[in-house]
Design a protein around this ligand. Structure first.
Ligand code: AP5
Ligand code: MG
Length: 226
């Protein structure tokens, strides 16, 4: 165990792996859950546009207030707002050695803009991990999700119940109701599914069965990435 830890520490000191990853999948497919596992394994940060919007809403910024109108209705936030929040995030120094995109891009326009933005920085997307989960699983996953206020850890009341967390530290997202999930799924099918084809034509997509155990999915992703 000691040797494993030493290797992990050395790996992080060396800057981890340089890899620009993207996690693509329907609401509740497990993007956030897998991103949190991969941050640790690869030493690169997660960039979740959903989390960035929720942070902006929490800080009551103008952008946050505009985004909230769409998020509360299960609709996508307009591309211009989304691109501006991503552009700001890419300026942070922690993105230098790579990143894990979670929930972005969500339209073909965003994907094209992202490619342009990265190419100006001399970067590109290396791999797109498509997490495949049937619609029938989605509502149950989303309505059962609980998140820790203090650590941001993602739980599920049945599949991954919190053990050490205090109940008052857990919250449910406002858009995690059955009614809004249906709208989010429609937005995914109409606007985001074409993004998968966009990256398939670039030969970058890796499909992973997202209905396995969390650790098995992480292992599958890491095996394919090498
Ligand atoms: P966002 O926050 O990105 O939400 P989402 O895409 O709908 O995805 P979720 O976060 O709901 O699911 P997830 O895949 O991360 O699953 P998780 O790991 O948590 O976006 C929210 C909103 O912001 C959008 O609707 C839109 O309005 C706006 N927005 C964001 N980005 C945008 C963009 N680029 N453009 C425009 N608008 C944008 O897991 C879910 C649950 O399942 C958890 O309880 C978890 O414990 C459980 N679970 C996970 N894996 C497993 C497993 N293997 N087995 C069993 N249970 C599991
Ligand atoms: Mg998420």
């Amino acid at each position: 165990l000691e040797i494993v830890w030493q290797i992990k520490i050395k790996y992080k000191e060396l800057g981890g792996v340089k890899m620009n990853l993207m996690l693509l999948g329907a609401p509740g497919a497990g993007k956030g859950t897998q991103a949190k596992e991969l941050i640790d394994k690869y030493g690169i940060p997660q960039i979740s546009t959903g989390d960035l919007f929720r942070e902006a809403i929490g800080n009551k910024t103008e952008l946050g207030m505009k985004a909230k109108e769409f998020m509360d209705n299960g609709q996508l936030v307009p591309d211009s707002l989304t691109m501006s929040i991503v552009e700001e995030r890419f300026k942070q120094p922690d993105c230098q050695n790579g990143f894990i995109l979670d929930g972005f891009p969500r339209t073909v326009f965003q994907a094209e803009e992202l490619d342009k933005m990265l190419s100006k920085m001399g970067k590109k997307i290396d791999k797109v991990v498509a997490l495949e989960v049937r619609d029938s699983e989605i509502v149950e996953r989303i309505t059962g999700r609980r998140i820790s206020k203090s650590t941001g850890k993602i739980y599920h009341i049945k599949h991954n119940p919190p053990i050490d967390e205090k109940l008052e530290d857990l919250y449910q997202r406002e858009d995690d109701t059955e009614e809004i999930v249906v709208k989010r799924l429609t937005a995914y099918k109409n606007q985001t599914a074409p993004v998968l084809d966009y990256y398939k034509t670039q030969g970058k997509v890796i499909s992973v069965d997202g209905e396995q155990e969390v650790s098995k999915i992480t292992a599958d992703i890491m095996k394919i990435l090498g």
